[in-house]
Design a protein around this ligand. Sequence first.
Ligand code: SAM
Ligand code: SF4
Ligand code: SF4
Length: 340
Amino acid sequence: MPTADTYGRPLRNLRISVTDRCNLRCAYCMPEENYVWLPRKDILDFEELATLVDCFTDLGVEKVRLTGGEPLLRHDVADFIAMLAAKPAIRDLALTTNGILLDTQAEALRKAGLHRVTVSLDTLRPDRFRALTRRDSLDKVLGGIAAADAAGFKPIKIDTVVMAGTNDDEIVDLIEYGKQYQAEVRFIEYMDVGGATHWSPERVVTRADMLARLSSHYGAIEAANADPSAPAERFALADGTVFGIISSTTQPFCSACDRARLTADGMWYLCLYARIGTDLRAALRSGASRDELVELLRRVWTGRSDRGAEERLAQRQREALLSPDQLRDDPHLEMHTRGG
Ligand code: SAM
Ligand code: SF4
Ligand code: SF4
């Protein structure tokens, strides 16, 4: 039986941010000019991370996703994937990437035993890509998606953050693009998480808006079979194409949230919005045994009552969650540090 929190939510899903570094500067995640990075000496090595993963799987974690920052910037990440792939307790091993380095790494990731890849792609237009990410890398990302497909990652998922006035006129184009790979495109509502210092309610394109736009183009849209543990609500077009919407801002799914987040320096957060985490690096490096670590994790998870997105939704006046100064004071609050 997985360990349950105060709302009965099991601990099933672990997201590991293997690096806080990134080779893009997406407007909704890293809009500032400068960032405070985690000190190198604090970054856990693969053995340390694997030890923590074992403790998490002891408590019921069976799904692990590597994220970041950009996880493919972590040197030899395929070696870590191979270590995780050898653990029978992990039923689902996935990675979220911006795709830039997939062209050279997709095959090695597949060979290492990675099960699934999700690529973030917000626009198909080079000028917009440059404006949105402050880098000129759209061709690399598209090449990366092709390489992931060729390496046998099927179906690829493509995640798109939809922002009003930025890329909301491309949702049909993105679905059409995804068809060539039978990829499942998932549209994510713009969230007011740490890092999104330019967030405002007017820039959110809601699930309802997206569905209205898509049905005016495609006609009837049906509900598709749900994956109960996935945040995306799935829909099917008349031709069978499936896409998803992740309505974390207007219809949060906190009541079913089974996710924990581990940063590259071993801080453990129970929610994307949590201000305070548990310092697992300190416990690990002070020589705690596996039993002691497991007991610590159990104690913290059984006391969990986080429902960050629901609490934000209940607020009347909503603006960006954190200021750049607050984020500089504690970079763990950044989305690129704790992993999306
Ligand atoms: N760098 C990798 C990437 O972009 O796929 C992995 C880390 S990134 C933080 C993980 C996911 O978080 C991405 O799909 C990104 O679009 C999403 N994300 C970041 N900031 C967001 C925001 N303000 N609202 C919604 N999604 C966001
Ligand atoms: Fe963009 Fe991901 Fe990098 Fe954030 S971590 S800036 S979402 S590529
Ligand atoms: Fe889970 Fe927190 Fe996201 Fe709600 S806001 S779904 S509790 S991570």
